[in-house]
Write a protein that binds this ligand. Structure first.
Ligand code: SF4
Ligand code: SF4
Length: 316
């Protein structure tokens, strides 16, 4: 989408937008950097993706969002390099609330699951931004409060499907209850609650997209899901993740880092979540032994007590 900010828009901004599309983004919008920065403008970028189909039954699961996020980090950096070569200061991937910035720029609207829905892509898209050192010359749409633009109506499907009850009637997601946080290692102090949350993670290793999967606004996009790449499914094969030597595990992490980035391919976090996912396998075989060995290993020693207690229930 190329939205003209004003008739005075300079050719540079038009070239930046064109280059953003050539870089693979599906949407590119210029907006004021206010209130996130004192000056300058923001280039807001979005790229849609097709969600994965089913993962093999002994594989851990993650949303297609993460490989895309990793690849777009570099694409955004390269785009910022190009913009600087045109004489315009550009800082890629600034630490700002991207959904809010995109909403204020009119890129999409919030669903009750707190995700941004972009026309044509639903919530299956990834946002990026570049802070530009030139003033924004256009006019932004005046966006009302997100509740008033919500497309959800009386729908409650995401609330009903959320395995932890994280989505509130108000349309807010309670962060500590969301599995995205739990799988990132943020467990509540309340032990019964922590045990309950861990019991809902199923085979998810990173993130959760249940509230997106059930959303009526996302059904068309899921009609032809992407087959999970063999390489990824193999790298996430749970019994193998729990059974290999230190050297093999390091090699697996390196391969996962190439696909997902080092921020996601964190060895201890992934091993802990693989152990959690293994506890759900229907025919665990020697998994109980593997889990016991894992709980006795140095790499599990910093597990939160509730996490350890939960896993110990599967060690036979
Ligand atoms: S990501 Fe999962 S846990 Fe979080 S709100 Fe959505 S369905 Fe619930
Ligand atoms: S599932 Fe329903 S309530 Fe939830 S975001 Fe989608 S349309 Fe809105």
């Amino acid at each position: 989408m190329f939205r003209m900010g004003s008739t005075e828009e300079t050719p540079l901004t038009a070239r930046i937008i064109k280059k953003a599309f050539e870089s693979g983004f599906d949407k590119a919008v210029l907006a004021s950097a206010h209130p996130f920065f004192q000056s300058g403008s923001l280039l807001l970028l979005a790229k849609g993706y097709t969600p994965y189909g089913p993962f093999p039954k002994e594989s851990g699961v993650l949303p297609g969002y993460y490989p895309l996020s990793h690849s777009l980090h570099a694409v955004t950096r390269d785009l910022a390099d190009w913009i600087r070569e045109q004489g315009c200061p550009a800082v890629p991937n600034p630490a700002i609330p991207l959904k809010l910035a995109a909403y204020q720029a009119g890129l999409g609207v919030y669903g009750k699951n707190s995700l941004l829905y972009v026309p044509g892509y639903g919530s299956f898209m990834h946002l990026r931004a570049i802070h530009l050192g030139i003033p924004f010359a256009g006019e932004l749409p005046v966006m009302p409060s997100p509740e008033t633009t919500s497309p959800c109506g009386e729908c409650r499907r995401c609330q009903e499907a959320c395995p932890t009850g994280a989505i509130q009637d108000s349309g807010q997601v309670c962060g500590p209850l969301c599995l995205r946080e739990v799988l990132a290692g943020k467990l509540p102090e309340d032990r019964p609650l922590a045990l309950k949350l861990l019991s809902r993670a199923d085979r998810m290793l990173v993130g959760c997209e249940i509230c997106q999967r059930v959303c009526p606004m996302n059904q068309e996009i899921q009609a032809y899901p992407l087959q999970v790449p063999d390489e990824l499914a193999s790298l996430l094969h749970l019994p193998s993740m729990m059974a290999e030597s230190d050297a093999a595990w390091r090699h697996r992490i390196q391969q996962l880092a190439a696909l997902l980035g080092t921020n996601i391919a964190r060895p201890r976090r992934l091993k802990a979540n693989a152990a959690l996912a293994c506890s759900t396998l229907k025919e665990p075989g020697d998994i109980s032994t593997r889990l016991r060995e894992y709980l006795e290993s140095p790499e599990s020693q910093d597990l939160p007590p509730a996490f350890r207690k939960y896993l110990s229930g599967f060690t036979g």
